[in-house]
Design a protein around this ligand. Sequence first.
Ligand code: BGC
Length: 760
Amino acid sequence: MEKVLLLIFFIPTLIFCQDDNVIIEKTRKDKEKEIFVNDLIAKMTLMEKIGQMNQYSNFYDFTGPYPKNFVDSLKFEQLKQGLVGSVLNVSGVKKVKKMQKLVIDNSRMKIPLLFALDVIHGFQTINPIPLAESASWNLELIQKSASIAAKEAASAGINWTFAPMVDITRDPRWGRIMEGAGEDPYLGSKIAVARIKGFQGNNLEDPLTIAACAKHFAAYGFAESGRDYNTVDVGLKTLHNVILPPFKAAAEAEVATFMNSFNELNGIPATGNSFLQKDILKGDWNFKGFVVSDWGSIGEMIAHGYTKDLKSAAKSAITAGCDMDMMSSAYILNLKSLVDKNQIKINLIDDAVKRILYLKYDLGLFKDPFKYCSEDRENKNILNAQNRKISLDIAKEAIVLLKNDENILPLKKTGLKIALIGDLADDKDSPLGNWRANGPKNSAISVLEAMERVNKNILVYESGPSLVNKSTYFQGELDINYSDTSGTNKAIRLASRSDVVVAVMGEHGLQSGEGRSRAKINLPGIQESFLKEIYKANNKVILVLMNGRPLDLSWVDENIPAVVEAWQLGTMSGEAISSVLFGDYNPSGKLPVSFPRSLGQVPIYYNHKSTGRPGPSDNVFWSHFNDEKNDPLYPFGYGLSYTNFKYTNLKVEKLGDSSIEVNLMVENTGNRSGQEVVQLYIRDSFSSTTRPVKELKRFKKLFFEKGERKDISFNLNYDDLGFLNDDGKLFFENGKFEIMVGGSSITALSQVIEISSSKE
Ligand code: BGC
């Protein structure tokens, strides 16, 4: 008894002491860092300072347009003189070492370079594209996925990734929807933090972690008509409540850097936008890291019609809080004369340089500029079995079962004849998706390979017509209407002679991503008409989709009995798909984004407002389409399983004066074990500003044995029920709130609770 009492007494004290020590240690380290960096800055010339704010790509792997007058030899001279602070797209220990050595051996201040790369969903072991990973709703796995990406990249000399992309978007036409977490600010915030923790670990000094970058600040995902780089015009309420939350969560999670964006926001390009970078990010949120421009985005302010030349673009960007210039050469060419002529204050430059040097210090580069250059780590840590295993785990959980009539899936492993059709089934490259960093070409496991491993004897493959002209696809425009129809008849004959057809269709891996907006979101090329012919020959069709965005699947949904959304799942793609098709893994993914019935519904998202005429009504005067339903084909949060989950016993109660407790029971009523994502949504019935009809506020992904029941409990703070006003301040108002729970945004149960709290 005494021991127990003693423990109870000591534990809080111990925790307190530990926390205290951590804070004291952190303060001591911060102080040391400040002294070191201030000392360094005091010794630097103005040009050396400006050099730290200058970033170039290597001279062969461009991820943006090639700038005019880009002279390689000049850049080498600048590197030697310490006039470059960071390079992107240089990786591999040998290359990184060589370039770092050039700087350390030749420059006066010997300040190491930051080596950046778009490690978006893996370095060489390619994980599912971020939109797919988001469909797993498994934050732990998402974090692990980012951590293996970081480990591989760090072992190849990289110390900074331009990820995560945390842009919320409601537009499947936008090619970069594949790079984010979908349409919801709450899910998006959780995923942003998981990814940052995965990349950065607990300590950037760890040589297997890298600095992360929250991008693109801000509102890039709201480009008009989903056309990349297009204009953005959104109100402050949408900005604060929908677009900014994942960025704020990233800042709170101490992401090392931010990247601004190509778009203008309400008339001011994001790169030159003080409201975003100075007032909100570095002001309200007190962000201590630095902001890098997007590729050439400082210079692009001229084309925006915002600045008259590169010099005024440089002035606008630095004044607005953009610390590093990626590929515009605007800073290196102009900042000195702007300071000399007193057009900008030197403290703007000092502040930017300090932020950049802080990161170099945190990464441990001043102690050892070659810290990321271990050949041994490079040999051991890349594409190894452990990384592939994690990649496979997340690939399986990313798959969303959209339809499964009469339980046509899972397939038996013996005693039937399967026709596998579609050239994506035999494609080892497309599943790597876009932004595949150093993922080796053709390194994914294809569906054909993986299914053959299960049982070669039950499978016959025919590619049918080609999806794209593979000889022209890489950097240029994809020839998406290309169709080499040879092979069509053979494939159809095979379908008619088989018990079941597995058709693998969708987009080529490079049909989504930057610059890959689409005005049509159907199955590209002649795939849908080919699918119709297959269906005529044999209606037992399972459609496996590979795609980087929601597609228009209306005909598919009406006719095809089973649909598996397999996105682009990376290196282990085929194995993950095969394990779902044969039932070795019970699908558990849920959509992070709504799938429209037709393009005319876009933008379509679950957390829309009610309008004054929500309907349905028996007259025509309500908010609807005359030729299409209002609701999506597949809603946000939706995804089937090979088992069923039943929701009962919802009870919502107040807990003290500032929170509520939500209890419910979920039961696995089917015949197999499986995971379910239990989702909680709220609705504020009325308030001083109109609120969405549903807002996700909590979720839990849980495993259930066959027949298992679980009591599930959620706590909500009154703050979770509030909204952000036009100044970004949180507001809570008393009133009636509906609490809804279920396995999708089409919730199963709901209860209304009235709150009248002194907190209002
Ligand atoms: C993209 C960024 C990317 C950068 C560097 C730009 O075109 O918008 O997301 O990080 O290139 O590759």
